[in-house]
Every structure is written in C-alpha cells, then in structure tokens.
Design a protein around this ligand. Structure first.
Ligand code: TEU
Length: 564
C-alpha cells in the first residue's frame, strides 16, 4: 500500500471548478467535461472538497447527509459516471470525510434536539458551570466561544468551528460505527481515496476542561491519544481493507511525533498527513489575521524539519503550498508581478522533488493568484467575514481590517478556475458565485497556447512517475544555513539528486557538493540552466559555488550508471 509514494494528487474545489448548467456554481458534470484537461496533467488521484448535502454555511464542510450528493452539485448517477470516467484515465477519486462534526441540520442533530437520547449521545452536550458560565473557555476557530445553547435544554453543544457545525463524540461507539458506514458507502462506489478533515480533533478527552489561563485551548483537544485508536479501528473496518487505498489526514496544530504515529505504515492508520506549520510563517505571533512578510528562514527550517523528522520516523508527508483554506502561495511566497513564472515554478520544484506526496490545488498549475478584490463585500467565507467583524471590534479601521482579510481570506483560493480570458473566466455561462479576477492574463487556454508554468508542472508530475529516486529517495538537507536557498539531496540506489531553490527574488549563491561534476540538469526553470551550471562549475574553485538568479530552481542529477 505505498503506491501513493509515486502519486500526485490534484485538488478540485467543485464549487469553483466548472459550471455545466449555468447556475454560477461548479458541479460534477462540469468536472466530467474537464476530465481531458485533468488527465493531461498526469495526476493519479483527484481530491474533491465535499459535495454532499449541506446548508453551505461552511461551503460544504457542514454536512447534513454523508451518503448523498448535494442537488446543486448533481446526482449520484453523475458521481458514478465521474468515478468511471476518471478511472478510465487511471485516475482515482479521493473524497473528503468530514467526521469531526456534522451540520446542525443533519438528521442526527435534529433528532438529538427533539429529545432522542441515542442521538444526544452523538454530540458533546454539557451543562454550564455552576456559576452559569460556558462548560469550558474554549474558542471556535471561526471566532467566538466554542459552545452554543442546545435548544432550550439549558445545556450547550460543542462546536470547534461554526456554530452550525456540531462536534461528534467519538467516544460513542455508535458514532464510530456511523463513520465506518459512511466510508464503506463510498468504498462501495469504487472510491479508494479519503481525506479526513481535522481528524486529529476526534480524540477529545471525555472530561472537557478549561485551558489554563494564558494557554492555547487547542492543546486541550488536539492530537489526543484516542485518535490513533480510532484511526486504527476505522482503517480495519473500512479503507484498510483495500490494497490500493490512499488516505490523508488533515492535522490541525499537530507535531512531527504525532504525525509519525498517524502515517507510519506499521501503525495501520493513514497513508500520509497534512500539517500547516510551513503555512503559518506569515502569521504574526502565530495569529492568522495579521499582516507579516513571511519568515524565509522559518519556512526553510520547517520544510527541512518535517522532511527529516518524518523520514526518520517512517512517516509520510502530503506536500502542498495551496488548498481551499489558504491564500494563494504565489502571493505569499512568490512575486506575482515581476516573477510569476519563476516563483511559481520554483515553489513547485521545492515540493515536487521532496520526499512525500505532492498535492496540486486547482489553478496553481497555471499560476493563478489571489483575486484583486476591493471591498469586504467581495468576500463570502464565514471565517473571513467573522474575522473582519472581530478586527473592527478590536478597533481596527475598515481599511486596516480589509487589508488583513484581503491577504488572508480563504476566498482567495476559491475564485473560479480560470479557463479563458472571458468575463466569467470560461467557468460559467451564468453569474459566478464568486467573482473571478485576473483571468485576462492567467487562464488555461493561454497557458496551453503559450504558457510555461503548466508545461513545467506536467514535467514535474511525470518525473515523479519516471524516477524512483523522487518517490523513494532518502532526503538530506544541503547548506541549511544558506539564508536564501532551500537545498536538499535525494539519494536512491546510487543515484543522487541535488535540488536548489532560490526562495528570494534576488540573486543568491549556493555551494555544490563534491561529486556532481558530471551531473545533468534534470529540470530547471531557466532555459539556459545547462550552460549556466557548466559555466559556473568550471570557473569556481572547489567547492564550487553556483550563483542562482531570482527564484531560480535547478535540480542536478548524478546517476549511479551514466544514462544509456
Ligand atoms: O479546516 C481545518 C482548519 O483548521 C481550518 O480552520 C484551517 O486551519 C483554517 O481554515 C485556516 O485558516 C478544515 C477544512 O479544510 C475547512 O475548509 C473547514 O472550514 C474546517 O475544517 C471545518 O470543517
């Protein structure tokens, strides 16, 4: 079950991918129509964000029926056709299992509210403290307290996210059985890939206690020891029965040690994990809704620590810069205006040649960036709108609050996929649910015609299939103290790859290790890389130092046996 090591996963936010019926919202038939494009990327799986029935308060992460298709997205027949059509291209489907919480519109919650004690035990219902205060001092990740009145019972229910997302109590074996039933329902539809939403939150302690004054309440409920027990059980009951399963856990505020546990094959839990530490290097004091240029040294350190730590522990990283919750990496870590191509391809090189399984979020392969929105009214996400209100309440001016939301909003990655330069980006014949911007310059049609980012991604993806060194090679850092360049080696059966990524938009320099005199340029984001390396390798004293241009990426391959 390690085929995932040579796989690449493409993430599709269905609501924004392609609208087949002109209602302004993406749908499954829209994905089916774009399968030729998806197949042209060379990816092995497609992770779909949820398209199950949902009130849509959190864009589908508030699920009211786990085993159906939201009518706005299509029908079960559409889904079955989608699975078959992707399968015909050798592409697997990965579904998003949101099992930490349900929508308060879910039948289970409605029955609980109606007094059905069986279903009341599905959720964390607690009395207020004797002084009338909330059961714990925990806060919701979307702002405000994590407790909401449970009808007129005088109790409260826990919601770590929106108040319409009630946390499930996994201590209840009935809840665990329901989770296995959901996963097995989709397995019966031919699904072998599963992404588990905030799955390291399901191990909350039975006694929910206040976070000590001044501490982070996330420590009270994250990475609980029961998570491993529950994942091993769920694997045994469902996806672990499939030799070709690929599973990834989204791990909120986690650690390398915990993630080794979740993804070391010996533990029979998950194939791999997402962690987010590298995507918080532009958070002031760890707080998302702030403005801070990213800390390059911290970014390098974190990427290296997780690569080495997970390798040493036998764990496996999902590798990503973008997803539906993050602003576009090109805006955060690259340079959209002056070096769009160079920074996009450098960022891609940095993770696609690393140890782990790369994820490509729709649009990053053509260089999409954050929308040029000008008003808070352009933003629809519950998290962003709550944050804006909280920033104002903290005394920020509307301008200051907008600047922060503009930089950090999840909507930034949820704008419609840019298929062409038209007013609706070729996404819909109707009015897009979220306004596209920038498609005049950045779109699939243009990239296919004259682009260079899309071909580069296709080459990176194909290299992972061609070279076992990339999928299986041992990782080692190189020049860790270099202030500008992320450099590492991969070694496998005598082959050695040196990956050099200038993370800065200025010239830099990196020394080359011995023994690369005959190395070939495997991939690079400058067309003259072969001559550049040859020229500078010849004139420099040993150890040779190689200048790197702004956002330059070069991968040098030394084969054990010279290429035939
Ligand atoms: O996100 C988990 C999570 O922690 C997010 O709140 C993330 O940290 C935040 O959006 C970054 O600012 C998952 C889903 O990916 C997200 O879309 C859902 O809103 C959330 O869980 C609740 O299901």
């Amino acid at each position: 079950m390690t085929g995932f090591r040579s796989s690449v996963v493409y993430q599709i936010y269905p609501k924004s991918f392609y609208d087949s019926n002109g209602d302004g919202v993406g749908d499954l038939r829209g994905v089916i129509e774009k399968i030729p494009y998806i197949a042209s990327l060379g990816v092995d799986h497609v992770w779909f964000n949820p398209f199950f029935p949902s009130p849509g308060r959190d864009n589908g992460y508030d699920i009211s029926d786990y085993c159906a298709i939201d009518p706005a997205m299509g029908t079960m027949e559409d889904f079955e056709e989608l699975v078959e059509a992707l399968g015909a291209h050798g592409i697997g489907v990965m579904l998003d299992m949101v099992l930490n919480h349900t929508s308060t519109e879910h039948e289970w919650f409605r029955k609980a509210l109606a007094g059905d004690e069986r279903y009341q035990r599905y959720y964390y219902l607690r009395d207020p403290k004797p002084d009338g205060s909330l059961p714990t001092n925990w806060v919701s990740k979307f702002g405000g307290p994590a407790w909401e009145p449970f009808g007129d019972t005088g109790k409260y229910y826990l919601h770590l996210f929106d108040r319409t997302q009630a946390d499930l109590d996994w201590h209840n074996p009935d809840v665990r059985e329901e989770a296995a039933r959901v996963v097995n329902f989709w397995r019966s539809k031919g699904v072998r890939g599963f992404r588990f939403d905030v799955i390291n939150l399901i191990g909350k302690p039975e006694a929910l206690l206040d976070a000590p004054e001044g501490t982070d309440d996330r420590a009270m409920y994250t990475d609980g020891p029961d998570v491993h027990t529950y994942l091993q059980w769920l694997s045994e009951q469902s996806f672990g029965q499939d030799a070709d399963s690929i599973t990834v856990g989204e791990m909120s505020s986690t650690s390398i040690q915990a993630c080794i546990g979740y993804s070391n094959p010996a533990n029979h839990e998950l194939s791999m994990v997402f962690n987010f530490h590298h995507l918080k290097v532009d958070y002031e004091d760890g707080q998302k809704w702030t403005l801070k240029d990213f800390d390059l040294a911290a970014l390098k350190r974190l990427l290296g620590e997780w690569a080495l730590g997970m390798q040493e522990g036998g764990g496996w990283n999902a590798l990503f810069w973008n997803n539906h919750d993050q602003p576009r990496a090109l805006d955060r870590f690259g340079n959209v205006d002056e070096y769009r191509y160079e920074s996009a391809t450098m960022l891609a090189s940095a993770i696609h040649l690393l140890r782990g399984t790369p994820f490509v979020y729709m649009g990053e392969e053509i260089g999409m960036s954050d929308p040029a929105y000008t008003s808070i009214d352009d933003y629809v996400d519950v998290e962003a709108r709550n944050a804006y209100a909280e920033l104002l309440a903290e005394g920020r001016t509307p301008q200051e609050a907008f600047r922060i939301v503009h930089r950090k909003a999840r909507d930034n990655s949820r704008t419609p996929m840019a298929w062409d330069a038209s007013a609706t980006a070729g996404f819909t014949t109707g009015t897009p649910w979220l306004r596209p911007t920038g498609q005049e310059a950045v779109n699939v049609e243009r990239e296919e015609r004259e682009g260079s980012i899309l071909p580069y991604y296709r080459k990176l993806i194909s290299l992972r299939h061609e070279l076992p060194l990339i999928a299986e090679g041992a990782y080692a850092p190189w020049e860790q103290d270099n202030p500008d360049v992320l450099a590492y080696t991969r070694t496998h059966e005598g082959d050695r790859l040196l990956v050099l990524c200038n993370l800065r938009g200025t010239d830099s320099e990196v020394t080359l290790p011995e023994g690369l005199e005959t190395a070939e340029v495997l991939i690079a984001n400058h067309a003259d890389a072969d001559a550049w390396v040859a020229a500078h390798r010849a004139v420099r004293p040993r150890p040779s130092a190689l200048p790197l241009r702004p956002y330059e990426a070069i991968a040098l391959l030394e084969r054990a046996e010279p290429a035939a």
